[in-house]
Design a protein. Structure first.
Length: 467
């Protein structure tokens, strides 16, 4: 098991789209902060040489994040390149030579999952895997069986402590701010339970479509793309118990407990949708049944949450781009008639800005008597220009050997277990118009007081009969 900083970073798929849009900008940022000062070896089958990879890196930075000349020159000095077929053992012999004296490399597999087993096997046979870490890009399988097989492949060469399954959502500061809100504030604990909370909603909305990625998306869909991984991580942060310590295993233990308490999804608690026009996208089957929208209702059968429904929805071509959590409170047992009350709420916005808001009722300032209205107390800030990107944070953590921001083997398999009935079933896909909040059928999977739609300003002024 490795526990010290990696002395080289190898990334497979160095000429791919992910490297171009995300990895090179993150590497430059790491250099700029002084967090990267080891050889960076790109591996791909493109017929390129090192100068071409450097040119690709420069073009990437000019288009995605900005070129910092000093940091880029340092990054260029660290770059190496191995061009070769992943099926060919000589590619890995060359890689071993390029690593020179490195004894603790981190191998980042930014490649299609179908190639994972081939690459992992060659890493072992070439001695490139000895003392190394492996960083695996999602998706971690396509269902429970494939996830279990992927874990078998990885564990045949690497210890679990040396396997880092990237869910870049865990690298987002706002997602981790949920834990800070819960465990760094005394006032939050007394109400964060089934006694006070009526329901919890998690919405991840995007106002755009598949953006030319129709071929990929049609094989994936919303559930596999963001719900089973990104939004389950958010759910775990919301529902977990306080860890006994702040080390990675204590935190990940509590997250796994959340998923273990969730029964498999029932078809009646799922609605899938597809925006009109999706089937006209390049790479999309003309009779595609892939969802671009999904809403699910979950139960967490734990001491804290039993009986509280959790609603998750995500989709493309919705009215706005925003990720937001809304927890609605039970109404108070007051002499004011229940019909005159609007439930209090806690709203946590994760993007595009970070917001914590408490919704409550108070007296209307413009009316006489006991006339109530709703209002929010809001704390909000936009991300700073120099804030770490998610990929910068997770790559740095992996090289440091810190597993906190990564999915563990048992977590991945529990997440697939929950969604397994969805993939084995044949649930219908309903059409919806772009710019709406999904198909009409989503009413079947809707919180008691209706969904809280991000961006929609709601105000209520109600005259109490007790006035």
């Amino acid at each position: 098991m490795t526990s010290v900083h990696s002395d080289a970073l190898v990334f497979f798929g160095a000429t791919g789209d992910l490297a171009y849009k995300k990895i090179f900008p993150s590497l430059q940022a790491m250099v700029k902060r002084g967090h990267l000062n080891v050889p960076v070896v790109g591996v791909a089958k493109a017929g390129w040489n090192l100068d071409q990879l450097r040119a690709r890196a420069k073009d990437s930075l000019e288009k995605h994040g900005g070129l910092d000349l000093a940091a880029f020159e340092k990054l260029v000095s660290l770059l190496r390149y191995v061009d070769g077929d992943y099926q060919d053992p000589s590619t890995f012999t060359t890689l071993r030579e390029e690593l020179k004296d490195a004894k603790r490399p981190a191998h980042y597999l930014a490649i299609p999952p179908v190639l994972f087993e081939t690459v992992v096997r060659h890493l072992a046979e070439s001695n490139c895997g000895r003392g190394a870490k492996v960083i695996v890009e999602k998706p971690f399988g396509h269902d429970l069986a494939s996830a279990q097989e992927l874990n078998r492949v990885l564990l045949s060469v690497f210890d679990e402590a040396d396997i880092f399954r990237i869910d870049h959502y865990l690298g987002k500061r706002a997602v981790n701010n949920v834990l800070a809100f819960r465990f760094a504030n005394t006032f939050a604990e007394p109400f964060w339970n089934r006694s006070c909370i009526e329901s919890v909603e998690v919405t991840m909305a995007e106002d755009f479509g598949v953006q030319g990625r129709g071929g990929f998306y049609d094989q994936t869909g919303t559930i596999r793309d963001v719900i089973q991984n990104h939004l389950f991580q958010v759910l775990s942060n919301l529902a977990m118990e306080p860890p006994v310590a702040m080390d990675s295993e204590s935190i990940r233990d509590e997250k796994v407990k959340v998923l273990k308490a969730i029964p498999p999804i029932e078809e009646r608690n799922l609605v899938r949708g597809q925006f009109r026009g999706y089937r006209d996208e390049n790479g999309v089957a003309k009779a595609s049944q892939t969802e671009t929208f999904a809403a699910v209702k979950l139960e967490i059968n734990s001491w804290r949450w039993k009986g509280v429904p959790f609603y998750i929805r995500a989709g493309k071509c919705l009215p706005t781009t925003c990720t937001e959590i809304v927890a609605k409170f039970r109404k108070p047992p007051t002499v004011i008639p229940d019909s005159q009350l609007v439930e209090n709420h806690l709203r946590l916005r994760l993007s595009p800005e970070i917001t914590i808001a408490m919704g409550m009722m108070n007296l209307s300032p413009t009316a006489e008597g006991l006339v109530l209205q709703t209002a929010e107390m809001v704390a909000s800030h936009s991300p700073r220009a120099d804030e770490m990107d998610a990929y910068e944070r997770v790559l740095g953590a992996a090289m440091d050997g810190d597993s906190t921001l990564f999915a563990r083997e048992d977590y991945v398999e529990e997440a697939w277990r929950i969604m397994e009935p969805v993939f084995k079933g044949n649930t219908p896909v309903y059409q919806y118009a772009p710019g709406t909040w999904g198909p009409e059928e989503v009413e079947r999977v809707t919180p008691p007081a209706g969904w809280s739609n991000p961006g929609e300003k709601k105000s209520f002024a109600v005259a109490s009969e007790a006035a």
